[in-house]
Design a protein around this ligand. Structure first.
Ligand SMILES: *[C@@H]1O[C@H](CO)[C@@H](O)[C@H](O)[C@H]1NC(C)=O
Ligand SMILES: *[C@@H]1O[C@H](CO)[C@@H](O)[C@H](O)[C@H]1NC(C)=O
Ligand SMILES: *[C@@H]1O[C@H](CO)[C@@H](O)[C@H](O)[C@H]1NC(C)=O
Ligand SMILES: *[C@@H]1O[C@H](CO)[C@@H](O)[C@H](O)[C@H]1NC(C)=O
Length: 320
């Protein structure tokens, strides 16, 4: 789906609904449907995907894997499921975080649930599905290909397109993903080059202050590097995404480029003697999920920017 054609109906929808207050017409993107009177569009994806791929797909269209917030939405998605997915159970946007709590895919605590009897099971399953026969939720492994809906707020939520929103921090995050500007190699950036790019968008490299935010960033930046074309054998070294930390990897030491306090660092796999620039990597294909560091000349292919949602609302139509 083209993001350009996706965006226009939204802008149009906001203008038209102001003048006509009409619930008859749906302004959801082509191929999606509106949850009646909820101002939420649901986009069906019938091609089975692993959960992490579904999660990325939904973020890329400015939404998340179906966020079900009440029994009405649950019943409606369950009914649409039958016709869109031929009764195959889809993933829903509910996942178990590293503390064992079930949360929405955007990291916020679940405020509605419809677990089947005996669920959620205390097994290893980290994902959840909607049983189309009963409209109840079951736990599921995440590495099973399944259909899914993405839900997108009709007003686009507080962040611009391509920025992901985390309610817990009330901030917007942007992942600069792998790009191949010369058609062969990834474009790569030093930490200060990445910080400049973020600043051009009114943001800074991301700072991290809690496990919730860390889990969100890991899920935003998950990669599968071994499946990407890259003409260097040790390409796992290049998959990190810059965050804004400069320091020795100890609480209280160094600084974040956004000026916030260094009150959170996760246990690191090795400990540098001198301050360094830090990146995160979450790549199961490289067997890596940790913070890594480079000197000021070190380059990596990705970075994450962050800014308070309140700072983006005024600029919303300017950021593309
Ligand atoms: C799962 O484990 C938690 C805490 O260990 C416990 O409170 C809960 O009852 C268990 N749930 C089931 C379905 O066994
Ligand atoms: C959900 O779990 C119940 C009980 O284990 C099972 O009977 C049902 O088939 C499951 N539904 C799906 C869609 O896997
Ligand atoms: C791609 O990177 C490799 C290794 O750094 C380099 O040898 C090669 O010239 C680069 N290719 C292009 C087209 O930039
Ligand atoms: C972080 O610390 C370095 C070294 O002391 C300094 O050059 C830099 O200006 C500081 N950055 C911020 C945002 O405070």
């Amino acid at each position: 789906m083209s993001l350009l054609t996706f965006n226009r109906p939204f802008t149009y929808a906001i203008l038209v609904s102001i003048f006509f207050i009409s619930h008859v017409l749906s302004f959801c993107p082509t191929g999606s449907f509106e949850l009646p009177s909820e101002n939420v569009c649901a986009i069906p994806y019938a091609t089975p995907q692993y959960y992490l791929q579904a999660d990325r797909q939904c973020r890329s269209v400015g939404g998340m894997v179906s966020k079900i917030q009440n029994s009405f939405e649950n019943a409606y998605l369950s009914a649409m499921n039958v016709q869109d997915f031929n009764s195959q159970p889809p993933y829903i946007g509910v996942e178990r975080n590293s503390n064992g709590a079930w949360v929405y895919a955007d990291g916020s605590p679940i405020t509605y649930s419809n677990w089947a009897p005996g669920e959620p099971k205390n097994g290893t399953a980290l994902c959840a599905i909607l049983d189309p026969k009963t409209a109840k939720w079951n736990t599921s492994d995440c590495n099973v290909g399944r259909p899914f809906f993405c839900t997108v707020n009709e007003n686009g939520g507080p962040c611009p397109n391509h920025w992901a929103y985390l309610p817990y921090t009330d901030s917007c995050y942007y992942l600069q993903d792998f790009t191949y500007s010369n058609g062969v190699n990834w474009t790569s950036y030093t930490s200060s080059e990445a910080e400049s790019k973020c600043q051009q968008m009114g943001a800074h490299l991301a700072s991290v202050h809690s496990d919730t935010e860390m889990n969100f960033l890991y899920s935003l930046t998950i990669s599968n590097i071994q499946n990407l074309a890259f003409p260097i054998t040790n390409h796992c070294l290049y998959g990190g995404a810059w965050i804004g930390y400069y320091g020795t990897g100890v609480v209280g030491n160094g600084n974040w480029t956004d000026g916030s306090r260094v009150d959170y660092v996760v246990p690191i796999f090795s400990h540098p003697g001198a301050p360094q620039y830090w990146a995160i990597i979450n790549d199961p294909s490289c067997d890596r999920q940790y913070w890594d560091y480079w000197s000021d000349q070190g380059k990596t292919a990705r970075f994450v920017c962050k800014t308070p949602a309140s700072s983006m609302i005024k600029n919303k139509n300017l950021v593309k």
